[in-house]
Design a protein around this ligand. Structure first.
Ligand code: ZN
Length: 356
């Protein structure tokens, strides 16, 4: 029996994924493992947690009630049968990895029957950061899944994962929400004012989790401004200054923060590309507060150059996924950024100097 239009409280959007999961639950056709993919803050962990609630809800329906003891324990990450496993910081404090001992610890628990729920559920987030040993160890569980165990992995995309992992999971690729949906959610559930809701919906690119973070943590908007100012300043700098910046970025930022900056820059260049390509009216850009700067860059660099930078940044992100040397990867990227002549030379610009 297909299930459509199921509403899971606690999840906004992603209706097709909810339909699929609720249908599997209702018809007793659960997969042993699911893989939720999509960019950061799109709602993967939220959906995984609500799925765990639906699997174990005391009300026993295909939708979680959110108010029974089980739903509440899961909401607070305190249910004995539901584990949330995240990558941990390495001893250097620079990279986050999901380690083999975390997988082994989980496997010992999964071998036991559920303690008080119907299913043991393990949610493993950012699985692209699993070590090869951890991924291989998990394969064993995926090949011989214990009874009444559901695994949910999340990752940015399937490409950095072992094909043997991906093929043993049912994949659900979450997509950004329509901007109006993010906007109305911010107004209705997070009490943003209309101006904020509209701007943050655009800046988030349809990622509700990101919009909420930008709304509730004002430092993030400051940091975003600094990072876009730094990108703008870099275009006027020579190679030596760019390399110094790559070195500083490597020294001062953790791996996930470097990724965040690159994602932000990629979005800005995509806006430049779109603006250069758009013939009539204004292009549907993400960084709406930077419209004038983006238009100037579109006129200066054109669509081809902007597209080349987007591809370079995406390649850098792929390199980082494969644990390439961060500084080298960033230096290669620095060389691929166009120059805004005249280059200001060895002077270290204010925007680069103040970036944290
Ligand atoms: Zn419940």
């Amino acid at each position: 029996m297909p299930v459509t239009g199921t509403d899971w409280p606690g999840v906004i959007g992603h209706e097709w994924a909810i339909d699929l999961l609720a249908g599997a639950l209702l018809n007793n056709r659960l997969a042993h493992a699911y893989l939720l993919t999509g960019p950061a803050f799109i709602g993967k962990t939220t959906l995984a947690r609500v799925f765990a609630q639906a699997l174990n809800c005391g009300a026993g329906d295909s939708a979680p009630c959110l108010s029974c003891r089980s739903c509440q324990l899961i909401a607070n990450d305190g249910h004995p049968d539901v584990r949330l496993i995240e990558p941990v910081l390495s001893s250097s404090g620079r990279t986050e990895t999901l380690r083999i001992d975390q997988v082994r610890g989980l496997q010992r628990e999964l071998a036991l029957s559920p303690y008080e729920g119907r299913y043991r559920v393990a949610v493993m987030t950012r699985f692209q950061q699993a070590s090869l040993g951890a991924a291989n160890a998990l394969l064993k569980t995926l090949e011989e899944p214990p009874e009444r165990v559901v695994l949910v992995l999340t990752a940015d995309s399937v490409s950095p994962l072992l094909p043997t992992i991906v093929s043993r999971c049912q994949s659900l690729a979450l997509r950004p929400l329509p901007l109006e949906k993010v906007e109305s959610a911010l107004l209705l559930h997070w009490h943003a004012n209309e101006g904020q809701a509209n701007q943050l919906a655009h800046l988030s690119g349809g990622r509700l989790g990101l919009a909420v973070r930008l709304l509730t943590d004002s430092h993030l908007l400051d940091r975003r401004r600094e990072q876009l100012d730094a990108l703008d300043a870099l275009l006027g700098e020579d190679r030596a200054a760019r390399f110094r910046y790559a070195e500083k970025m490597t020294r001062t930022k953790q791996g996930t923060m470097v990724r965040d900056v690159l994602e932000l820059w990629s979005g800005w260049w995509r806006d430049v590309m779109l603006t250069a390509a758009w013939k009539v009216g204004s292009a549907p850009i993400t960084n709406v507060d930077r419209k004038d700067q983006i238009r100037a860059a579109a006129n200066r660099y054109g669509m081809e150059s902007a597209g080349a930078v987007v591809r370079s940044i995406q390649e850098t992100l792929r390199q980082l996924d494969r644990n390439a040397n961060t500084r080298l990867a960033l230096e290669v990227l620095m060389l691929s950024l166009p120059y805004r002549y005249p280059v200001v030379g060895a002077r270290h610009s204010a925007a680069l100097g103040t970036l944290q």
